[in-house]
Design a protein around this ligand. Sequence first.
Ligand code: TXA
Ligand code: MG
Length: 318
Amino acid sequence: MSKIVNTAQAAQLLLNGELVALPTETVYGLAACYDDPQAIDAIFTTKGRPNTNPLIVHIHDKEQVHELCTDIPAEAWHLMDTFWPGPLTLVLPAEAHISPKVTAGQQTIAIRMPDHHDFLEVLKLTGKPLAAPSANPSNRISPTSAAMVQNYFPQLAVVDGGVCARGIESTIVGFQNNKLMCYRPGSIPIETIEKQLNMELHDNLSDQMMPGNHLVHYSPNAIVELTTDAFKTLREKHLEPGSVVITQSAKIMPPMAYELMTLSLNGELDVVAKNLYKVLSEADKSNPPRIVVELAPNTGLGVAINNRLYRAAGISPN
Ligand code: TXA
Ligand code: MG
């Protein structure tokens, strides 16, 4: 079984060039020192991640932004002041010294300040920015607990910071020709960011350079089918016995040959987000022939929840 380490041990391992899984408020990250090319290589091999998919670099102090980025627009500082520490990732022009292994050879770098005491503590102790993608094998469901990380990577050192409070990844935004672009919907709703800047966010979700945007992602082994109404699907369709049905809120269903799971009691979107990856991964455990999942209402946090569900099902959300 992988070892649970404390924050001091984690910092030491990272400075020695090893990988450590760290908790954030969104999902667990697979961390390495951003300026250690061998450790960065190890992130890609451990995850089976294509080297065309750039990493997010994490910091604990806004001063570190200057170490990583140049030409930072005033709007970006405003977003940092408003949302950091928190689940907002900014894509900004990269400093020339940044390894192309981190940026996948792009001119930009993605950065964020996570809102988790343990991750911030490790960042302070290493004194270095840490690159960290989600701590799952490429295309699988992101882990929201230390146990989920251990299940994927039995050899890995993990800091156990409990269950992630938000449950889905950060929202990624950047600037292109003075336009505000969204690269991935996430924990902070698009509308909340637009209101802060009084600017419209433009989609850049179809960019195939970003494997996080590839069709199949965040994906269980079972066939995933989406519905807007689980009752209706069950009435109209005969599912294979042993299938799992996941609803947004608790519902009374007639007795049936399927396993019923629910993402929240009353459909609260923050609760749905927090439970989403755990429930999907639990549903997958019995090797069901099919998992039917109800979509969230497509507003606010529901947009990011549905984005992950569409990718779990291999359907384009656009
Ligand atoms: O909440 C999160 O963001 C978590 C925690 C661990 O911080 N991290 C995370 O990392 O989700 P990862 O690697 O699983 O997803 C990062 C996404 C990828 O889809 C990648 O393509 C995109 O960020 N990305 C990284 N650098 C980028 C850049 N320069 N421009 C646009 N997208 C970028
Ligand atoms: Mg990921």
